[in-house]
Every structure is written in structure tokens, then in C-alpha cells.
Design a protein around this ligand. Structure first.
Ligand code: CTP
Ligand SMILES: C[C@](O)(CO)[C@H](O)COP(=O)(O)O
Length: 253
């Protein structure tokens, strides 16, 4: 609840989500760009947009479309309208995920309290996970990441040419490792600075990785198994199964 003694805000505070959806999905195999492939008859991107809009805190969504296809993406999203309270913007993306997110951040409105970055390729993240990330940023953490413990043991290797067996050089202690998901949530100024500062190709494969390079603390909240990333063909089978179960049990559309 707002403090009645504090001056009225000129700009309403709101949370925004940037959804990078400009990837091709090479690991999924040839065909339509990954975010536009359907799950249960609905494009993966539409599921991802709905997952962000399901949070009552989210009032702005920026979708980052394949560079050659923002008009097609706009048409597709117009065919699957959201509740009136959510504003949806589509911008063209870039050649890498980092570039696409940077282009999405440039389209954010002023007055944002939290910015989420969420992969279109994680279409089934539950709203409780989204809200947990937002709550942790609102509680003062500049960077918040949903994460899960690993099921597999991980080996560090000395990379070799394809086809040559890779020598193992170490086994990191699994109990200290986490697999990170999205949406990742940030204080907007922190994330903008990270994207302005960290040069492409310096090895960060997620947005929190860029923020870490500024020396800003990143904290984890529990992720969710259904927030998995659709990366390879078997992931599509799993996503269809999760969707079918949701439709049968809780009326998910
Ligand atoms: N140039 C790029 C590359 C990726 N992404 C987005 O980043 C998210 C995570 O990337 P990933 O799952 O790796 O998607 P792709 O890059 O499409 O997959 P692949 O590496 O198999 O081609 C996806 O929602 C993807 O659309 C993006 O917006 N712009
Ligand atoms: C951001 C991310 O989903 C966190 O796990 C992941 O790093 C994206 O990696 P990708 O190689 O672009 O799939």
C-alpha cells in the first residue's frame, strides 16, 4: 500500500518484461524460427507472453522478434490478444541473444521498477516463479535468478576437435552448482549499465552473467521444472505433455 504522506508519483510504477524471441532454434532442427513453432496449436512465443502477463505486476512486455520478421510477429500476437492492462511492443532483434536483449531494453518505457528478461524458449514458466523473482527485486536485490539444483554430475573438459574424445580435467562439486532459468529480474538501471558496459562475446550466456561482471551481487530464488528451455526436439515432446496435463487439470488455454 502507498504511503499517503509521500508525494504522488508522476509516472505509475510498473514491471516490464523483455522477451528475446529472435533466435532460429538451430538445435531444434530446421524449420520455422523456434519461438513461432506451435505447442498445443499455439505459438511458443504466445505461451511465453501469456506467462509474463499472468503476473499482475507486469504491465509492459517488449517482444524481440527475428530481425526479418517483426511484422509477422506483431500480426501473430494481435491474433492472440492479452488483457487490456498489458501493453505489448514488438521490436526487431539481433544476431545474438545479448544483442536482442539490448535492443529490447531500448524500447522500455520510463518509470519501471523491475525489468524481467524471459526466453521465449521457456514458454511454460509458472506465474509463481515470475512473481517470486519480481518480489525479490522489489525487496532490494539488484539481480535475481530462478535456479534449480543439478540432476547430473558435471565434468570440466579440455575441448577437442569434433569426433575426438574429450579429456576430463575436473569434476566441480555438484552441490555448489545450480542450473539457471528465466525470467531473470533486475533493477532496470543495473541491467542497462551491464548491457552498456559488457562487450559482446565476453562469455556471458545470460543477463545475470553480465551483471556479475560489474561486481553487482546476484541472488537465486527457487526455479521450477516446468520453466525448462525448449532447446532440442525431445524438449518439444515434454512441453506438449506438460501443456496437455495443464489443459486437463486446470483449464489452461
Ligand atoms: N539472436 C538471438 C538468439 C537467441 N534469442 C533468444 O534467446 C532465447 C534463448 O536462446 P536459445 O534457446 O539458445 O534460442 P536459439 O538461439 O534460437 O537456439 P539455438 O542456439 O539452438 O539456435 C530464445 O528465446 C531465443 O529466441 C534472441 O532473441 N536472439
Ligand atoms: C538465459 C538462459 O536461458 C539461462 O539458462 C541460457 O543461458 C540461454 O542460453 P542459450 O545458449 O541462448 O540457449
Amino acid at each position: 500500500m502507498s504511503d499517503p504522506s509521500s508525494p504522488a508519483r508522476t509516472t505509475p510504477v510498473c514491471t516490464a518484461a523483455v522477451i528475446p524471441a529472435a533466435g532460429r532454434g538451430v538445435r531444434l532442427g530446421p524449420g520455422t524460427p523456434k519461438a513461432l513453432r506451435t505447442l498445443g496449436g499455439t505459438p511458443m512465443l504466445v505461451h511465453a507472453v501469456r506467462a509474463m502477463a499472468a503476473s499482475r505486476a507486469v504491465s509492459h512486455i517488449v517482444v524481440v522478434a527475428p530481425p526479418d520478421g517483426p511484422e509477422e510477429v506483431r500480426r501473430l500476437l494481435d491474433a492472440h490478444p492479452l488483457a487490456d492492462r498489458t501493453e505489448l511492443v514488438v521490436v526487431p532483434g539481433g544476431a545474438t541473444r545479448q544483442e536482442s536483449v539490448r535492443l529490447g531494453l531500448a524500447a522500455l518505457p520510463d518509470g519501471i521498477d523491475v525489468v524481467l528478461v524471459h526466453d521465449a524458449a521457456r514458454p511454460l514458466v509458472p506465474v509463481d516463479t515470475v512473481d517470486a523473482v519480481i518480489a525479490a527485486v522489489r525487496a532490494g536485490a539488484p539481480a535475481v535468478v530462478p535456479a534449480l539444483p543439478l540432476a547430473d554430475t558435471v565434468k570440466q573438459v579440455e575441448p577437442q576437435p569434433q569426433g575426438t574424445p574429450e579429456p576430463v580435467v575436473g569434476t566441480p562439486e555438484r552441490a555448489l552448482l545450480r542450473a539457471v532459468q528465466t525470467p531473470q529480474g533486475f533493477d532496470p538501471a543495473t541491467l542497462l549499465k551491464a548491457h552498456d558496459t559488457v562487450v559482446e562475446g565476453e562469455g556471458a550466456t545470460d543477463d545475470a552473467g553480465l551483471v556479475e561482471r560489474l561486481g553487482v551481487p546476484v541472488v537465486l530464488v527457487p526455479g521450477h521444472e516446468e520453466a525448462f528451455k525448449v532447446t532440442r526436439p525431445l524438449d518439444l515432446v515434454l512441453a506438449e505433455a506438460v501443456l496437455a496435463r495443464r489443459r486437463a487439470t486446470d483449464g489452461y488455454v
